[in-house]
Design a protein around this ligand. Sequence first.
Ligand code: HEC
Length: 250
Amino acid sequence: MLRWMMASVALLALSGCPGFGDKTLAELEGIGGDVTYHADIRPIIEARCFPCHTDPAKFGAPNPLANYEQAAAFANRMDIRVVQEGTMPPGGGVLDEEKALISAWVQAGAPEGTALDMGPPDLGPDMAPDPEPDMGPEVDMDPEAPDMAPPPPPTWDDDVQPVMDASCAFPGCHGGAMPQSNLDLTTYAGFLAGGFGGDLTGDGDPARSGLVDRLRARDGLPLMPQGGPPLDEPVIEMIEAWIAAGAPEN
Ligand code: HEC
């Protein structure tokens, strides 16, 4: 596989893809159905497209790519966004070999291949997503294009305050003249001030945030909102992402 992969990369470079005349890349390479979702594409998606295109999708991604059906439905868009435009993932970082594999897979009609039951995905050091996306020179970053920028983190003003208003910041709870635990969640300043329990930000660590402690009823602490039900999981994850981003106001 390595040999044709190198050839594919060379071909991509030479042809200034996309488009190889009337022939598909697969035909040119004579690799037929060699490239499959399970053997080749799934590991790339795990390394490059998670944690956003999980099911449910996160951080603004509209579509999950978490199984064969979902990936196959977006195969053409993957080729366009990742290989042709280079606008996915937002931070770049997809290797040329991986782009060649995605192209070959899409041209071959997005074959599924055989699922190897190997238990939970092992993101070895090679395939683990970069904590800081590699903005290498092969990615044509155009600062003008709005969808090239990594999605901005959630903010208090746009994302968190509406949740607080809807679920926490009522008179008699964490609003009004005498908020519970002296914690006023009607304003950003009130959140920063914390209540009798002190700081809620966890210094940017969702695992130590007193706010998340309560939303997840961790460590035996009573659930908030009091009496339940808990906030929806994607909402809690948004708040965790906000805490992790340093709890920005706007
Ligand atoms: C950091 C989060 C993130 C990562 C990682 C990421 N995406 Fe996305 N993706 C988004 C967001 C946000 C959108 C919606 C905005 C847009 O379309 O640019 C999106 C949209 C898409 C779409 C649908 C829009 C369209 O053009 O049809 C596809 C397909 C896609 N991404 C493919 C991928 C693939 C394939 C990867 C991995 C190689 C990937 N993305 C990695 C965040 C991400």
